[in-house]
Unconditional design. Structure first.
Length: 474
């Protein structure tokens, strides 16, 4: 069997291209970890909801479905009723591997067998052999009775007739044996008959190894309490999603909450957030005339709270360029549906751009806020001179009117940063009917100037260009 994938911690589905094989040998299955051993309410239920959405061909559990260790058979039956109802509601075929919380004595074993049949089980699914072994009451593999080992060997003898052979049992005997260097006779049996992968649980931790050609998975908890150590030691809620294509097995580790419903973000949500970003904060405008220096200007800010939650935040001015804003920080509290006001004073030492911006968090709902970044509104004014002698539009600026026009030289990039490169000169004039704009763009290396965009009305932002935008509604 080809091991095309190593295990991955995925927040998503595990689907990838593989060698084309007949459709009959392609399928998916889910391996669920322990539900109990200190069941945490809601986790296993959420896992089953997600698995239902994934709709695998079937599920296999790895044991410990009930808390167990009860003497009252009615209580044991009640625990099983709950688990069976959860599993049945998925509508997905499932197979149970017994764990020590499921079978701990003769009575619990009899209840399991009456409900689910034999504790040991083997079945064929689309050319792959699946084997479930009951180790619930054993502490080492050596404690398995001879008659059950004979059954197991008889099943594994047929593995050569299948594309794959997968084995499932609850307690990971292999882990201690492999790490300590002890022989593991189950592994020797699996190796002899060509088992491809082994899945176990019990420890509520995810870990993986490949040993002499066989892949071993310890499935983390799918609902039982988590041991200490955190993710670094494999302690996190998860389950396995496996895909079989021919003789290839691909396995991914899936954590609950990796999926969201389609309506997790709606058009209305986006519209509301954009409205908050663009419409929550407005402010008075500062007019900058290049002929006069700017002293201190008063800025009035209005903050609208469109949510149902009181806005409480500290509005902060992020000063840039030659600007100073006072006060730099101001506490804001605006009840739902109302508008709050702030006053600030802007001082500039001559460099107009980039302008400062007001930053604050505006509530969207009870659980989230939207960061709002509103630049200071600065309107730059440039003067054009009147002329009775209209200049020719011929690419030449040799008329006298251009010599009388005030030369504007300070320009900025589209993000507000000072414009890089050689000098640019702008002149403006007008007659009774027209506005004339004269532009000289200097370059010390004219031979290297080239046009990246050649089509008419093409997007010029990243080319060497000078843009003029008209906003007549203002």
């Amino acid at each position: 069997m080809k091991n095309q994938w190593k295990p991955l911690i995925l927040i998503g589905l595990i689907l990838t291209a593989v060698t084309t094989v007949p459709a009959a040998s392609e399928f998916t299955f889910v391996v669920l970890g322990d539900r109990t051993g200190g069941a945490v309410p809601g986790v296993f239920e959420q896992v089953l909801d997600e698995v239902t959405f994934l709709s695998p061909d079937f599920m296999i559990t790895i044991g410990d479905h009930i808390e167990g260790y009860e003497t009252d058979p009615a209580e044991i039956e009640t625990e099983w009723d709950y688990v069976v109802e959860l599993m049945d509601e998925t509508g997905i075929e499932y197979h149970l591997t017994p764990g020590n919380h499921d079978i701990w004595d003769d009575q619990s074993g009899e209840i399991f067998e009456r409900r689910f049949g034999s504790r040991d089980k083997a079945f064929d699914y689309k050319g792959s052999l699946f084997v479930i072994i009951d180790v619930s009451t054993h502490y080492t593999a050596a404690q398995l009775p001879d008659e059950r080992l004979k059954w197991l060997e008889g099943v594994l003898e047929t593995a050569a007739d299948f594309d794959n052979a997968f084995v499932f049992y609850h307690k990971p005997f292999w882990c201690e044996d492999f790490t300590s260097g002890r022989p593991n006779f189950l592994h020797e049996l699996f190796k002899r008959y060509g088992v491809d992968a082994v899945f176990t649980g019990h420890y509520h931790r995810h870990f993986y190894t490949e040993h002499e050609g066989i892949r071993y998975f310890s499935v983390s908890s799918s609902g039982g309490s988590l041991p200490r150590g955190g993710r670094e030691k494999g302690s996190f809620y998860s389950y396995l999603l496996a895909r079989v294509v021919g003789d290839s097995l691909m396995v991914g580790v899936v954590e609950p909450d990796f999926m969201e419903p389609a309506e997790v973000v709606t058009v209305d949500d986006v519209v509301a957030i954009v409205g908050i970003e663009q419409g929550s904060v407005s402010m008075s405008e500062i007019e900058v005339d290049e002929l006069t220096s700017l002293g201190t200007e008063k800025v009035t800010v209005s903050i609208e709270n469109r949510s149902h939650v009181t806005l409480r935040d500290t509005a902060t001015w992020v000063s840039r360029g030659g600007w100073t804003m006072e006060p730099a920080r101001d506490y804001v509290e605006v009840p739902p549906g109302e508008v709050g006001m702030l006053t600030a004073f802007a001082t500039n030492d001559g460099q107009v751009f980039p302008v400062p911006a007001l930053s604050l968090e505006v509530p969207h709902d009870h659980d989230s806020t939207i960061p709002v970044w509103e630049p200071l509104r600065v309107r730059r004014v440039a003067s054009a001179i009147h002329t009775d002698e209209s200049p020719q539009v011929d690419g030449s600026l040799d008329e006298a009117v251009w010599g009388r026009s005030r030369v504007i030289t300070e320009f900025f990039g589209w993000r507000g940063e000072p414009s890089a490169g050689d000098s640019t000169f702008l002149r403006l004039c007008y007659d009774r009917e027209k506005l004339y704009i004269g532009i000289e763009c200097m370059d010390n290396m004219m031979g290297e100037v080239s046009a990246g965009v050649e089509e008419r009305d093409g997007h010029l932002r990243y080319d060497d260009n000078f843009s003029i935008l008209f906003e007549p509604v203002r």
